[in-house]
Design a protein around this ligand. Sequence first.
Ligand code: TYD
Length: 222
Amino acid sequence: MVSGVFLTLEGIEGSGKSTQMRLLSERLREKKLPLVVSKEPGGTSLGIRIRQVLLDRDPTVETCTPESELFLFYADRAQHLQEVIRPALAENKIVLVDRFEDSSRAYQGTLGASKSLLDQLAENILGSTRPHLTILLDIDSELSLQRVETRNLSLGREFKERRYDQETLRFHQEVRSRFLEIARAEPRRVFIVEAHHPPEQVFESIWDRVSETLKAHGHLVS
Ligand code: TYD
């Protein structure tokens, strides 16, 4: 029997997540699988507005407390679950989302949000809607920051232009270690991929794991 599959991609900036999102959605489309691709923050029209508040370098946002920032991410997530994720899963689709709850645990946790608040929000807002599989792109934080710098330069953007690009190496190291902690605690859900390899190689190990999960949910993948 076919059922909905909820897949998420996670990782620090510069881990190559955008490339892997693109490769994975292209492969799933090629296979003509029923697919919805989305992202957080910004997967709904309300979410797009919340995303602007969160990610623009607006001086008023710099004074956000860890809790108010977390609630903004959760406002985005609650809307996204209601408008996009749950309806698609109910129609037995494959839902592929760029960042989800683990990002809040990693980033807002690093900024000071408590574990008990993160747990309560997840319990109340996510309920039983949890990813079946999360791909965590893991990479050395120094290497990832170099990649972000190169990308920003090639886009004509000054390094540190975006909100989390301005954080220190230590910040990114802590975010990374929080992601790894989640993966160690939930090895069945979170699949760690070493992201410093060439993108095609990274993608093939992602695809092996994703196709296994899809088959387990009755989606035909050759
Ligand atoms: P985005 O431009 O989408 O970057 P990326 O390509 O790295 O995903 O920005 C998303 C940013 O928001 C990223 O720095 C991580 C951060 N974020 C959180 O801090 N908490 C969250 O819950 C989510 C979903 C994202």
